[in-house]
Write a protein that binds this ligand. Structure first.
Ligand code: NAD
Length: 325
């Protein structure tokens, strides 16, 4: 008998076809996330869940799914999943690390440059019919080349952003209490206070956890340079949005560029959206065609491995294995 699987959104065919071929799978075809009540109903008989970062996989969901053998998340971040509860129940959880590292780093750097050189403001200026002549003081920004970049969270994506910064002759600082043995030629390890006070650009690359929730708040923003640019492509709640709004409105920092927000989606009438010195994108840092295809395949491989009782190629809770095997 084929295993039963629920897929919470139509992911790229390359991965979805692998699941459809071998499983009795139902796919949620809606453009928006599956309504919570329906999701709790749909998981009742399933053996495998192929889900997105917009689905909350918590104790209540796991209670509703007594036959669940694997949870496969179509993302590298997994803050939407109660991993400890999965582990206690012997359920491996998969994610998609690595394949989105460079795509996400490209986007973080693009945001950094767009905010520094006021590219979005410039495009709006033209679209709004304001461009009448070349101006010596028109839309002046700050130089990226030669600046100091501070990276908060020096893992896969943080290090990939640092590699990009070398091409711009930037000095790179990083804060990561868990990173060890890194090449000091690439970047200098500093504490968070030093990073914030010395950097012209601060780019966030930590996972969202209790420890990193609102890691950047009013006190941290106050330590930054008044000319600094903050970039967040990690998770929205790592930055306190009210504190950021106040800091941007009162020029405590110069600009911000956000791919992730709190909440998501950010309503169009949220004040951060209309601030000229803030760029808000709809959580698209990993959204290249090639990378989204690769993520779909890896998530499918994780799901199928879990259903067949094999180790997941990318498992966030490997401590689950001694409990089951
Ligand atoms: P990673 O695990 O390789 O790196 C995360 C780094 O953060 C690690 O080195 C870790 O030691 C460090 N860290 C953890 N807690 C910290 C703390 N309190 N202070 C400082 N550093 C801390 O993960 P990654 O692949 O680089 O991805 C990072 C995060 O980026 C993911 O967890 C995900 O939430 C986010 N992400 C977002 C997008 C997007 O579309 N915007 C795409 C990919 C990843």
């Amino acid at each position: 008998m084929k295993p039963k699987v629920y897929v919470t959104r139509r992911v790229p065919d390359l991965g979805l076809d692998m699941v459809l071929k071998t499983c009795e799978a139902e796919v949620w075809e809606g453009e928006l996330p599956v309504p919570r009540d329906l999701l709790l109903e749909k998981v009742r008989d399933i053996n495998g869940l192929y889900c997105l970062l917009t689905d909350r996989v918590d104790e209540a969901l796991l209670d509703a799914a007594p036959n669940l053998r694997v949870v496969s998340n179509y993302a590298v971040g997994y803050n939407n999943i109660a991993v400890d509860v999965c582990t206690a129940r012997g359920i491996p959880v998969g994610n998609t690390p690595g394949v989105l590292t460079d795509t996400t780093a490209d986007f973080a750097f693009a945001l950094l440059m767009a905010a520094a050189r006021r590219i979005v403001e410039g495009a709006r200026y033209v679209a709004n019919g304001k461009w009448r002549t070349w101006g010596p003081k028109l839309l002046r920004g700050v130089d990226v080349y030669g600046g100091t970049l501070g990276i908060v969270g020096f893992g896969r994506i943080g290090q990939a952003v640092a590699r990009r910064a070398r091409g711009f002759d930037m000095r790179v600082l990083y804060y990561d209490p868990y990173a060890e043995g890194l090449d000091p030629d690439v970047a200098d390890a500093v504490d968070l206070e030093m990073l914030l006070s010395q950097s012209d650009f601060v780019s966030i690359h930590v996972p969202l956890s209790d420890e990193t929730h609102h890691l950047i708040g009013e006190a941290e923003l106050a330590q930054m340079k008044s000319t600094a640019v903050l970039v967040n492509t990690a998770r929205g709640p790592v930055v306190d949005p009210d504190a950021l709004l106040r800091a941007l409105q009162t020029q405590v920092i110069a600009a911000a560029a956000l791919d992730v927000t709190e909440p998501e989606p950010l309503p169009p009438d949220h004040p951060l959206v209309s601030l000229p010195n803030c760029i808000v994108c709809p959580h698209i840092a990993s959204a290249s065609i090639a990378t989204r295809n690769k993520m779909a395949v890896i998530a499918a491989e994780n799901l199928l491995a879990g259903l067949e009782g094999r180790h997941l190629p990318h498992c966030v809770n490997p401590e689950v294995y001694p409990l089951r095997w």
